[in-house]
Write a protein that binds this ligand. Structure first.
Ligand SMILES: CC(C)(COP(=O)(O)OP(=O)(O)OC[C@H]1O[C@@H](n2cnc3c(N)ncnc32)[C@H](O)[C@@H]1OP(=O)(O)O)[C@@H](O)C(=O)NCCC(=O)NCCS
Length: 173
């Protein structure tokens, strides 16, 4: 499935994205705050594309002007609560602060509530990630809870994590 916005195309990852993924995902400024280790080589990026990026609900973010070149990723994954999913996203550093994450999140919210008929969306950010907090607030997420010292398995550490929540406004859900 492909989702279009004013400036973006959200689409499935494919193996041709490997070079760009590695370019963007080897950057610790992206990886550390997204919660995974920076990619060390292209094999790691290819393996990611072949496995977790093939799961349902994972979208590459690309620009409409150049849909073959990814600029980030956004995902809608199962959460513990029924009728609820958790959203995660990252945008490559050269593309920060141009409203792309805000626009991609808006599109995923519309998809989640309008097409998948979910009731609740959860998103979370590490303490101090003010950019991501803004992206969530721009899209009307509100504070829900803070967990101090929550384990982050992929990074082999623990962090203070702020959880945000958005409820569907539709009675039909
Ligand atoms: C967080 C991230 C997704 C934001 O993507 P983006 O495309 O730059 O986001 P947008 O441009 O839509 O919005 C960013 C907002 O944060 C603001 N912002 C950025 N850095 C900030 C900072 N250090 N302090 C306060 N606000 C900040 C921007 O000004 C902007 O707000 P505005 O539109 O009101 O001006 C991107 O920086 C990223 O991928 N970072 C690394 C991975 C990550 O943190 N993922 C999210 C995990 S929860």
């Amino acid at each position: 499935m492909e989702i279009q916005t004013e400036r973006l195309v959200l689409r499935k990852f494919n193996e041709k994205d490997v070079d760009r993924l590695f370019e963007l995902a080897k950057n610790p400024n992206v990886a550390d705050t997204a919660g995974w280790p920076a990619h060390q080589n292209k094999e790691e990026s290819l393996n990611t594309i072949r496995t977790i990026f093939q799961e349902d609900g994972v979208f590459a973010i690309s620009l409409k002007d150049n849909p073959d070149e990814i600029i980030g990723a956004i995902s809608l994954k199962n959460s513990h609560e029924p009728h609820s999913k958790e959203i995660g996203y990252w945008v490559g550093e050269p593309y920060w602060n141009q409203g792309y994450a805000t626009e991609a999140l808006q599109a995923i919210i519309n998809h989640a509530f309008g097409y998948l008929h979910l009731r609740t969306l959860i998103a979370r950010y590490y303490d101090g990630n003010f950019g991501s907090q803004k992206v969530m607030e721009h899209n009307n997420f509100s504070f829900f809870k803070t967990v101090v010292d929550e384990p982050v398995l992929l990074l082999n550490t623990s962090k203070t994590i702020h959880y945000m929540k958005l409820e569907s406004q539709s009675d039909a859900n």
